[in-house]
Design a protein around this ligand. Structure first.
Ligand SMILES: Nc1ncnc2c1ncn2[C@@H]1O[C@H](COP(=O)(O)OP(=O)(O)OP(=O)(O)O)[C@@H](O)[C@H]1O
Length: 391
């Protein structure tokens, strides 16, 4: 064997997916020949294991055909990025990461933040889904300008609606206009599960989930159904809002959800005519709360009329006005959230095993903790309505 024979044999091995061979690409290095034994390194750019395998197989075949006895192919590939290393129950396994967006109370801009952060993550090149799990006030379809769009049904699955580069599903898109439901515990759990299991989400880098305000059944069900990679709390700077947000952060801790940070919304006001920023509700008041929970205020979004009109007209500011101050602040939040998610995955990901219900199979966990056990006659049919079977 000579180096020329080895190179000539290897020049018959195409780099998978290309019409050029591995020698022409300059990937073959460190050829060592010992009698009829050959060893060499192939320094490739893909981390996919099937690429390495194909090169190894074809190179071995070609070299043996050229007279080599033993062939040792040493593939040098970049380390596979750890996109998700989470474990535990996951009823939507095609989704790599889940971001739970919560707030202590309604009206603080949770949906607006979810929409603009989802659009910003998509602008970063991520494959993003947005689940409007706010069953009490599903207003994401309006904010994305798709309130008239009915989703396509495929068998017993539903295709998400596409808008501004993201996939979206909402109870608002599934219900007839004006229809309202009184949501009870068991129905909330079922709705959240169906949103994850029966919607045909693509292979997503991240599913942003706009939760109902508060800390109830929906939050618990979500945490038990999928490993939630990160939690985000949206607050306004007033003390009353902060008190509620503390409960939301506390919930993340109890559910073992890593806290990606706090969005301080309605933080100051940017006058549309002058662009001057005014302080209205107080600014930066979320900072001590962030410290308390060992997290950060990842962005401060001012009150800007364009944010409200963008929401009402279905034109998210992050998409239609990317140069606006608000769009930049949402982008800052998206970058920080993605860095946090990557960090969580590098450290081994999350595991939701500890928050699984401990009740027997077929019986769901009781969100009321069996509080009315002593007074079954007060609850209709002897059940709290959660289907928990503990009353
Ligand atoms: N920074 C902002 N500047 C101007 N308007 C805003 C801003 N943030 C939110 N809004 C407006 O405030 C209203 C409430 O926002 P949004 O629906 O996002 O709140 P929410 O917390 O999701 O409420 P709910 O929990 O009731 O669904 C919307 O009309 C929205 O356009």
């Amino acid at each position: 064997m000579t180096e020329e024979i080895v190179k000539s044999a290897l020049s018959k091995v195409m780099y998978p997916g290309f019409t050029k061979d591995i020698v022409t690409f300059g990937f073959v290095k460190d050829i060592v020949i010992n009698g009829s034994d050959v060893s060499f390194t192939v320094d490739i750019t893909s981390s996919a294991p099937e690429v390495a395998q194909q090169i190894t197989d074809e190179a071995t075949t070609e070299l043996k055909r050229a007279g080599a006895a033993n062939v040792n192919v040493n593939i040098k590939a970049p380390v596979m990025p750890r996109e998700s290393s989470s474990r535990g129950k996951n009823i939507a396994p095609q989704v790599k990461n889940f971001l739970m967006v919560s707030s202590g109370k309604g009206g603080v801009g949770k949906s607006t933040s979810s929409v603009n952060i989802a659009v910003s993550l998509a602008k970063m090149g991520k494959k993003v889904g947005l689940l409007d799990a706010d069953i009490y006030g599903p207003n994401v379809p309006r904010m994305l300008g798709v309130s008239d769009v009915k989703p396509e049904v495929n068998g017993n699955k539903v295709l998400p609606i596409k808008a501004y580069g993201i996939e979206m599903m909402s109870m608002g898109s599934l219900m007839e206009e004006g229809q309202s439901l009184i949501w009870r515990g068991a129905m909330i759990m079922k709705a959240i599960e169906q949103f994850l299991r029966d919607i045909l989400w693509s292979e997503l880098d991240v599913l942003v989930i706009d939760m109902p305000p508060g800390t109830g059944d929906a939050q618990l069900t979500l945490a038990q159904s999928v490993p939630v990679t990160a939690g985000l709390t949206v607050t306004t700077p007033q003390t009353v809002s902060l008190d509620d947000s503390r409960r939301s952060l506390d919930m993340f801790k109890k559910l073992n959800i890593p806290i990606a940070g706090i969005v301080e919304n309605m933080s100051g006001f940017i006058a549309p005519d002058t662009g001057v920023e005014y302080d209205i509700f107080g600014k930066g008041t979320s900072e001590p709360m962030a410290k308390e929970f060992d997290t950060e205020v990842i962005t401060e979004v001012p009150i800007e009329p364009a944010i409200r009109t963008g929401g009402d007209e279905g034109k998210p500011v992050s998409f239609v006005a990317p140069e606006s101050e608000s769009a930049k602040r949402y982008m800052k939040a998206a970058e920080s959230i993605w860095a946090f998610i990557e960090d969580i995955n590098e450290k081994g990901g999350v595991d939701n095993a500890a928050v699984q219900p401990t009740t027997p199979p077929g019986v769901s966990a009781c969100s009321t903790g069996g509080a009315s056990q002593a007074a079954p006659q007060q609850s209709s049919g002897g059940s709290c309505g959660t289907g928990c079977g503990c009353h």
